[in-house]
Design a protein around this ligand. Structure first.
Ligand code: SF4
Length: 328
């Protein structure tokens, strides 16, 4: 059984403005499975719903985000739970941090600017393991920091005294100190320069290998997916449109949107102008009829404008949502 199974998940931002109700369909009928010890990537343009998917799956539900339908089942071996059935945020917080952890886009959403780094570790450990003796706490944190190549002296620093790369390393240290079963990483390298990005990706790889946890990586950066992931899902306008092993996505992409994404990537030595998908991603309030990619798809037919293709298995482990690829 997979460690995570998401079934027909719908998560919308529902807001009211001037008496009108707006429904932003950020995640609209998404199903996928993640196996234990796997690195599963989710890619797509900004605003396609990938970060919202991560929030909904990890139970980070704050208004106006609401889950309307679907199931998110975790199988930790000794425990099976549908995180969406936990009504109380306190119960969800107990699962997050200990069994599920989250590396966010920006370290400052985790680190309090007016408290020393040590306090963030103390708060997390106290919330999940209760109070512990100072010597035991220091031994536990020191051991973890050593494994990540970080120095204990950093615990006395305030966040503003550290570089962005160092803060992101500390965010990873915080997210992994309790050895969670699943780590969700939401654009963890955004806003870092290329050299620091490489260090952060290597750190994530190292800790994942040591702790043998499952990693779900969300980023628009396809180079990071190529470097890190086992399988990759491509999202477009709130839906998964293609999913396969990362090598298959890069070498035999089938969905027209995936083809366009890959064609837009720079290639060493190739100075020709890169072609990207024409137009812009659609509004998630007024989504296009039929296939959501049809306004930008060079292969679109009248059928595509009317009907929405299902995500179907083209061959073992390779799912595509396109009428040209046998979709119905
Ligand atoms: Fe293009 Fe039609 Fe396939 Fe959608 S279903 S990607 S519009 S060919």
């Amino acid at each position: 059984m997979p460690i995570l199974e998401v079934k027909e998940l719908k998560a919308y931002y529902i807001t009211e403005k001037y008496g009108r109700l707006y429904r932003v369909k950020a995640v609209d009928g998404v199903s996928f499975q993640v196996n234990k010890d796997e690195i599963y990537g989710i890619a797509g343009e900004s605003g396609c719903g990938k970060s919202t998917l991560l929030k909904a799956v990890s139970g980070l539900l704050k208004p106006p985000l609401q889950v309307l339908e679907g199931e998110v089942i975790y199988n930790f071996g000794d425990d099976v739970l549908n995180i969406l059935s936990l009504k109380d945020d306190k119960q969800r917080r107990q699962v997050r941090g200990a069994r599920i952890s989250h590396i966010p886009q920006g370290s400052m959403s985790v680190l309090n600017p007016v408290r020393r780094i040590k306090k963030a570790f103390q708060d997390l450990i106290r919330a999940h393991l209760g109070s512990m003796e100072r010597s035991r706490f220091e031994e536990m944190v020191k051991k973890h920091l050593d494994a990540l190549g970080l120095d204990w002296s950093i615990m006395q620093a305030f966040p503003h005294q550290l570089s962005g790369g160092m803060r992101q390393r500390l965010t990873i240290a915080l997210a992994t100190i309790l050895k969670p079963d699943i780590i969700f990483a939401d654009e963890p390298t955004t806003a870092l320069d290329v050299v620091v990005q490489r260090g952060v990706v290597q750190l994530i790889k190292k800790i994942k290998k040591e702790q043998q946890n499952t990693l779900i990586m969300v980023t628009h950066d396809l180079a990071i997916h190529a470097n890190l992931c086992d399988r990759l899902a491509i999202m477009y306008a709130g839906k998964i449109v293609e999913e396969a092993d990362v090598d298959v996505i890069f070498n035999q992409p089938q969905h027209p949107y995936t083809l366009m994404l890959l064609k837009s990537l720079p290639k060493l030595g190739d100075k020709s102008i890169r072609v990207s998908a024409p137009g812009a991603p659609p509004s998630l309030i007024h989504t296009p009829s039929g296939c959501r990619f049809h306004p930008r798809c060079p292969e679109a037919t009248a059928h595509c404008r009317r009907e929405n293709p299902e995500l179907l298995e083209l061959e073992k482990g390779h799912r595509v949502a396109c009428f040209l690829k046998g979709g119905c």
